[in-house]
Design a protein around this ligand. Structure first.
Ligand SMILES: NC(=O)c1ccc[n+]([C@@H]2O[C@H](COP(=O)([O-])OP(=O)(O)OC[C@H]3O[C@@H](n4cnc5c(N)ncnc54)[C@H](O)[C@@H]3O)[C@@H](O)[C@H]2O)c1
Ligand SMILES: C[C@@H](O)[C@H](N)C(=O)O
Length: 375
């Protein structure tokens, strides 16, 4: 009998062992009983038992932090948790204002050991994973997008599970495709995106939820719409036109749009997006009936956006020169996003609709360019 018991225990361990064939590791964190990747030099049980207490400030690492969203998120989180509790990271060199505004560290998410070292040495408790190649640049470099968005995500998931981190990974309207209901798009429906970006984001949603159920990982994910910001540039997506129009309108009075005038997409002002991210990270686990939520604010077409901008800048001239890659992507994405679950579960509520968005963007960019002219 002891032999049978031993064999059945080995079989159980084998069944529970992750696909990478690593040894399972028992850690003293709520539900996590198995690590998905082997810790090479033996587990440090005392480290794992020092888990983040709800009364402490979290110690946050943001990957891919020098893109459109990371610097703004660091600013918001530093206001709440203290400057030194939020570390920005990226593979690019930070501009001097970012470098001097708080901790910055080099981190390539494809380097697993380097990531682990950063998490351990800085006693990280929250990880916000922003590194990615977006939809349009992803189509231009599928191999790199696959590496960063999929292999990189695997590193992040394993590190987060091993060290009991709360993990935020953004998804996107791009995680839906032409066979999804597009008007509106609910949280749960067919997801067959036709871009490497979308495929990698569906993969991230599913892997995060799987790690949550299998290893107890505290995975949280929001599907962002196209994000519009004044003081940071978008990184090569399909919704970038909705940022560029403001800069061109103020500087040149002319804008050439790369999407058709009637292409309707869900959009959000950056302050709403970053606040939603903080709110879902702080939401009590019991309030989350799902781990991946749609969030939305507004939906508009290039023509509707141009009309709203022209209320403030009547001389703006808009022409259309369609980019066939971006147009095909946009035509497969949601037109309206159904975010009722986020609103009901953890109280999501946006502040900015189209008129406030336009006013805020023009005020910001207008005052910026007046300052530049004066200098
Ligand atoms: N901006 C949007 O409209 C939007 C909408 C939906 C979802 N999202 C998601 O939000 C996240 C942040 O978006 P963003 O607009 O700031 O993206 P971005 O393209 O502006 O920035 C991404 C950053 O990732 C970094 N990066 C690339 N390869 C890396 C690597 N190997 N290691 C570490 N960093 C690497 C880049 O240097 C870049 O600074 C992304 O995951 C994106 O998919 C963004
Ligand atoms: C929508 C979002 O994921 C990004 N802005 C893109 O267009 O690729």
């Amino acid at each position: 009998m002891p032999v049978i018991r031993a064999l059945s225990s080995v079989a159980k361990q084998a069944l529970l062992a992750p696909a990478c064939g690593c040894q399972p590791l028992t850690v003293a964190i709520r539900n996590i009983s198995f690590s998905p990747r082997q810790v090479t030099s033996g587990s440090d049980a005392s480290f794992h038992s020092v888990s983040f207490s709800e009364t402490d400030h979290p110690k946050v690492l943001i990957t891919g932090g020098l893109g459109q969203l990371g610097v703004g998120l660091a600013k918001l989180l530093r206001k709440r948790f203290g400057k030194n509790n939020v570390i920005l990271s990226d593979i690019r060199k930070p501009p001097s204002n970012v470098f001097h505004s708080g901790p910055f560290i080099y981190s390539d998410i494809l380097d697993y050991k380097n990531l682990r070292e950063i998490v351990v040495n800085n006693r990280i408790t929250w990880l916000v994973h922003y590194s990615a190649l977006l939809s349009a640049v992803g189509e231009a470099n599928v191999a790199l997008a696959r590496a960063v968005n999929i292999t990189g995500l695997h590193n992040i998931l394993d590190i987060a599970a091993e060290h009991g981190l709360r993990l935020f990974v953004p998804s996107t309207i791009g995680a839906f495709g032409p066979t999804s209901p597009r008007n509106p798009t609910p949280d749960l429906c067919v997801q067959r995106p036709r871009t490497i970006y979308g495929v990698s984001k569906v993969h991230a949603e599913l892997m995060g939820e799987y790690y949550h159920h299998r290893y107890g990982l505290d995975f949280r994910c929001l599907r962002y719409p196209g994000i519009i910001s004044a003081d940071s540039q978008p990184g090569g997506g399909t919704t970038d036109y909705a940022v560029q129009i403001f800069h061109d309108a103020v500087k040149n009075g002319k804008f050439e749009c790369n999407l058709k005038p009637d292409t309707r997409l869900p959009m959000m002002y950056i302050d709403d997006c970053l606040r939603a991210t903080l709110e879902v990270m702080e939401a009590p686990a019991e309030s989350l009936s799902m781990r991946t939520y749609n969030i939305n604010a507004m939906s508009f077409t290039p023509e509707e956006l141009a009309n709203e901008v022209q209320k403030q800048l009547p001389d703006l001239q808009v022409t259309y020169e369609i980019d066939s890659v971006r147009q095909a992507i946009a035509d497969s994405w949601p037109m309206n996003f159904d975010d009722r679950n986020a609103r009901n579960d953890w109280g999501w509520k946006h502040d900015y609709d189209l008129p406030e968005l336009v006013q805020t963007m023009l005020n910001f960019i207008g005052s910026d360019s007046r300052i530049a002219q004066a200098n």
